[in-house]
Design a binder for this molecule. Structure first.
Ligand code: MSP
Length: 516
């Protein structure tokens, strides 16, 4: 049986429109799973939205809508954007879906029956923006950091989950499983955090303060704390009903802001208490920054992905975020960088190679790929056949260095463009005696273009399909398997279409005084 790969993303809050930070994570997830599929693995890719909680309730009130109406509207924005970006998710979860709500209640009841949940009067500081209780030790220089927004002192009776009882177990688990948190410097942060007492987790909110949530099965006048509800999506949607046939996840892909405490403390302990297996790995990415701060709705510096997709196409955005960010680190978004990558990497290196290769086959060989007899090949031709680019690409992808994988691929594209210059088909075409050489060059270029389409498919899926279309090759589930990247003579004697530019030149007006 083929290997299985189950990947989840964070589920986004629907209190605003999707921004580039959300889009990055989902694109990254899509690239990772498409790569796995290209290795023949059976993938399950889960993403979706987190719809309960105070933030959503407040945003709905502001918009003059019921919470459900508001969620229906904003969830659709996420779902539509993911479709436009070509995400290949198997499911789109909504935490307001009934099977999820039932599953959360079943988990709560189970923990309650096991004595893992207790009731007490609690006084503390609450941040609606982070949807969590905070303590004075979360302050920096005596003030609440920006990420918490307004922090309000609250006193109320609530239900608590016995988190602290599992602290020693968790520390041991993280120590014994070095692969559990990636990159490893994040694992060290988790271990450092576990040096301090973690306390129990307040898992309820009285309905008098917050209505928009899943009622506790054993106390219907309380709703479930939104994080407790949201984390369970990973299991509830893997398959409705217990035991799930997909669990455990191979990768939970999340941003660094939601590692501690949610994914590295609450979630492993919830699973342990529920008697479920741990996910194999938490893969933690950094932040997209804009004008020196984390891109976020509350800071007001978000980049809307829509106009970039509209103007440059979905693959341009996918490529940019994969190429510019080293997984785990932060990166800066600027229009200048985006346009530079579009024009140079996509337009010149990739677009031009495809454009000129196919136009020359049209011009010099009436659109039919010539033969490429082995005895006629020179060292120059053979250099483009090497499997090395595929190996380097694959190794980098598997060590989650997607930007490096793209660097390798682009080195190959540059080599292919140099090949065009060195072979100068336009000169060969002038001398009928050089026709056999021109055949070899054109056939080598056609096959290079085909393998480039295979290698780029996980990052630039729409582009790969367009290349296959001009090569008259069908797109099937197997088309972009990595094994297809091996150099062959698959196009010999086959007709190709006249190309249209993959990344047309776009004149970008420089707005006066506009700083990206
Ligand atoms: N709803 C919770 C997650 C629950 S998972 C069970 C949440 N939502 S969020 O909308 O605030 O963030 C969703 C994801 O987007 C998180 O992984 C977060 O790190 C990521 N990003 C939000 N802003 C970001 C950037 N500026 N840059 C990169 N990713 C960031 O947290």
């Amino acid at each position: 049986m083929s290997q299985r790969f189950f990947l989840t993303t964070a589920i986004d809050y629907v209190n605003g429109r999707p921004h580039l930070g959300h889009a990055y994570e989902k694109i990254l997830a899509d690239v990772m799973v498409r790569h796995r599929r290209s290795l023949g693995e059976e993938v399950f890719f889960l993403t979706g939205v987190d719809e309960h909680g105070q933030k959503v309730q407040q945003s709905a009130q502001k918009a003059g809508l019921t919470s459900q109406e508001f969620c229906d509207q904003t969830s659709a924005l996420f779902r539509d954007l993911w479709a436009r970006l070509g995400l290949s998710n198997d499911r789109f979860v909504r935490t307001t879906d009934q099977p999820h709500k039932d599953y959360v209640r079943a988990c709560l009841q189970k923990l309650y029956d096991k004595g893992e949940i207790y009731f007490k009067e609690h006084e503390g500081f609450y941040s609606a923006r982070a949807e969590q209780f905070v303590t004075e030790k979360d302050q920096v220089d005596g003030v609440w950091p920006e990420i918490y927004g307004e922090v309000v002192k609250t006193k109320e009776p609530n239900y608590f989950f016995k988190l602290a009882a599992y602290q020693d177990w968790l520390r041991q688990y993280v120590t014994d499983h070095p692969e559990f948190i990636f990159p490893s410097f994040r694992r060290n942060e988790v271990l450092a955090a576990l040096e301090n007492p973690i306390g129990d987790l307040c898992i309820s909110r009285p309905k008098s303060r917050l209505e928009w949530g899943i009622p506790l099965p054993f106390a219907e006048d309380f709703v479930t704390y939104v994080w407790f509800d949201a984390l369970i999506n990973y299991v509830s949607f893997a398959d409705p009903g217990l035991p799930t046939d997909k669990w455990p996840a191979d990768v939970h892909l999340i941003g660094k802001d939601i590692l501690i405490p949610a994914h590295a403390v609450y979630w492993p302990i919830m699973l342990k208490a529920l008697g479920l297996e741990q996910p194999k790995q938490l893969v933690v990415h950094g932040w997209w920054m804009n004008r020196g701060a984390k891109m976020s709705k509350s800071v007001g510096n978000v980049v809307d992905p829509e106009p970039y997709i509209e103007t440059f196409g979905p693959d341009a955005l996918r490529y940019f975020v994969m190429r510019e960010m080293s997984l785990g680190q932060d990166a800066d978004f600027t229009d200048e960088k985006f346009i530079q990558r579009y024009q140079s990497d996509l337009g010149n290196d990739l677009g031009n190679l495809v454009q000129r290769s196919l136009s020359m086959i049209g011009r010099y060989r009436e659109g039919s790929v010539p033969a490429r007899p082995a005895e006629a090949l020179t060292d120059l031709d053979r250099e483009l056949e090497s499997d090395e680019p595929t190996t380097l690409f694959r190794e980098a992808m598997e060590s989650k260095q997607i930007h490096i994988a793209l660097q390798h691929l682009w080195a190959y594209l540059q080599k292919a463009n140099q090949y065009v210059e060195q072979s100068a088909p336009w000169k060969l075409a002038k001398d009928p005696a050089l026709a056999p050489r021109l055949d070899v060059v054109l056939a080598t270029l056609a096959e290079t273009v085909r393998r480039v389409a295979v290698l780029t498919a996980s990052v630039l899926p729409h582009t790969s399909e367009k290349i296959y279309a001009v090569l008259n090759l069908p797109v099937t589930a197997e088309s972009f398997r990595l094994t297809e990247a091996a150099f062959g003579n698959r196009l010999e004697g086959k007709p190709v279409q006249p190309p249209t530019p993959l990344f047309p030149r776009i004149e970008v007006e420089k707005e006066e005084g506009k700083k990206a």
